[in-house]
Design a binder for this molecule. Structure first.
Ligand code: FAD
Length: 202
């Protein structure tokens, strides 16, 4: 939140400002723009969110053969734009003020200030990475952050699960028999400090 100076109501350009153009933000934009609301989407990178970094999505309804994550997100983007949503990429939102005027929110982004009647925050999460060699290169192509999403890709393969909590280990049960061998590592801040704690046949 930031302090709010006087605002000319004429400066209120949008009914809805959506922060984040991942699947959540773009889905929201389809609904708001199709419903006739003036919609702005602000995205700090290129539209698509985490899914756009994913080689193959197999659990999205309507794509029995699976779909490339980037292509899926392009379709979602086109759908939102088709109904009139405006998208501004490379626009990192730095702050939101909700007390600008009654019923008006001020959104300050890296390249501009925008006023809207409602703000939807769809900024997702950043998966915790290990910052080790090859992690970025193979993200979505062998390196996964979601056992429920990607477990089936590794059926009958040897996998390593990195995580200090017991959750990733328990997720093993989401795809029974899907891994030949599962090695469990305790999380650390870098690959060099990972301590192998347990190894088991799945
Ligand atoms: C490698 C990988 C593979 C995956 N595979 C699958 C799968 O097969 N099936 C499945 O169901 N799920 C999968 N997931 C999970 C899925 O990608 C996420 O659940 C989904 O992307 C969440 O959508 P979201 O819109 O909430 O957030 P995100 O996709 O994280 O989108 C949030 C967006 O907000 C933007 N943003 C954040 N902060 C700001 C800011 N301050 N200003 C402007 N923009 C901002 C981000 O840049 C991002 O584009 C995978 C994830 C990863 C990383």
């Amino acid at each position: 939140m930031v302090d709010s100076p006087e605002v000319d109501p004429a400066a209120v350009q949008y009914d809805v400002i959506i922060i984040g153009a991942g699947p959540a933000g773009l889905s929201a934009a389809v609904y708001t723009s199709r419903g006739g609301l003036r919609t702005l989407i602000l995205e700090r990178r290129m539209a698509g969110g985490q899914v756009a970094m994913t080689e193959m999505i197999e659990n999205y309804p309507g794509f029995p053969e699976g779909v490339n994550g980037f292509e899926l997100m392009e379709l979602m983007k086109q759908q939102a734009l088709k109904f009139g949503a405006e998208l501004r990429e490379i626009q990192e939102v730095e702050s939101v003020a909700v007390d600008t005027l009654p019923g008006v929110k001020r959104v300050i982004a890296s390249d501009g200030t925008y006023y809207g009647r409602a703000v939807i925050v769809a900024t997702g999460v950043d998966p915790q990475s290990l910052n080790c060699a090859g992690e970025d290169t193979f993200m979505g192509r062998g390196v996964s952050f979601c056992a429920t999403c990607d477990g089936a890709f590794f059926r009958d393969k040897t996998v390593a699960v990195i995580g200090g909590a017991t959750r990733p280990w328990r997720r093993r049960s989401t795809s029974p028999g899907s891994r030949k061998k599962c090695t469990w590592c305790i999380a650390a801040t870098s690959c060099g400090r990972i301590g192998l704690s347990r190894s088991a046949r799945a």
